[in-house]
Design a protein around this ligand. Structure first.
Ligand code: PGA
Length: 249
């Protein structure tokens, strides 16, 4: 089964609408390959401008978070329907910065994930272990618990729509990429977990992204690994030239 490489940028809290439009125009001019899926997770306020600029380019525009309720008295929150009507086709859920700074739990992430699926937004579920958990050898238990909780009671068809991003917390924004061996062996564990839960066909169709200090000079080696189907890029996605180099690894 071919899993088309997925290169996703996560801009975090960077770029206004005007900056987003200028970036996408620049990126369009630099993109020469069509055999990659390119996703950009932009701030809420830049969604409409980004979606408009990306029209006809094949670049998918998405958000970095959402609330699980359809609507209601949740000051400062945003719903799946609002994201969709602003041009989002996917949403990142459970990013480690949401888990650590905003105390998001696996239970909440699970509710958001179910909502994103029912509202037709493709979820990118982020999971990852802390440095001390890796050092103690607890990483597999931690990751499986995150998967068990976030992906519980999904049907096989729903699971096929989900993208999983493995982002070791110690590698995010630190310049410390996981070695290709660590990334591959962890992705392999995730693949086996998927097979156990959802069967071989599903496990072979779900794309597993690696995230954490991905750069133009380390993407090539990561993408050689059999269970790494793409990357989720933070810092290095902010400059269209860098991001284009990553896309064209
Ligand atoms: P980074 O961030 O590439 O800057 O390490 C990755 C992420 O947080 O998704």
């Amino acid at each position: 089964m071919t899993r088309i490489p997925l290169i996703a940028g996560n801009w975090k809290m960077y770029k206004t609408s005007a900056e987003a439009a200028a970036y996408i125009e620049a990126l369009r001019g630099l993109m020469t390959r069509t055999d990659r899926a390119v996703y950009l997770a932009v701030p809420f306020t830049a969604l409409e401008a980004a979606a408009k600029s990306a029209q006809g380019s094949g670049i998918a525009i998405g958000a970095q978070n959402m609330h699980d309720q359809l609507e209601g008295a949740f000051t400062g929150e945003i719903s799946a329907g609002m994201l969709k009507s602003s041009g989002a086709s996917f949403v990142i859920l459970g990013h480690s910065e949401r888990r650590s700074h905003f105390l998001e739990t696996d239970v909440f992430i699970h509710r958001k994930l179910k909502r994103s699926l029912s509202e037709g937004l493709q979820p990118i579920l982020c999971i990852g272990e802390l440095l001390e958990q890796r050092e103690k050898g607890d990483h597999e238990v931690v990751l499986k618990a995150q998967l068990d909780e976030a992906l519980q009671d999904l049907t096989a068809e729903q699971m096929k729509c989900v993208v999983i991003a493995y982002e070791p917390v110690w590698a995010i924004g630190t310049g410390k990429t996981a070695t290709t061996e660590i990334a591959q062996s962890t992705h392999h564990c995730i693949r086996l977990w998927l097979e156990e839960r959802f069967g071989k066909e599903v496990s072979l169709s779900v794309r597993l992204l690696y995230g954490g200090s991905v750069k133009p000079d380390n993407i090539g080696a990561l993408m050689q690994e059999p269970d790494i189907d793409g990357v989720l890029v933070g810092g290095a996605s902010l400059d269209p030239k860098n991001f284009a180099q990553i896309i064209h690894y």
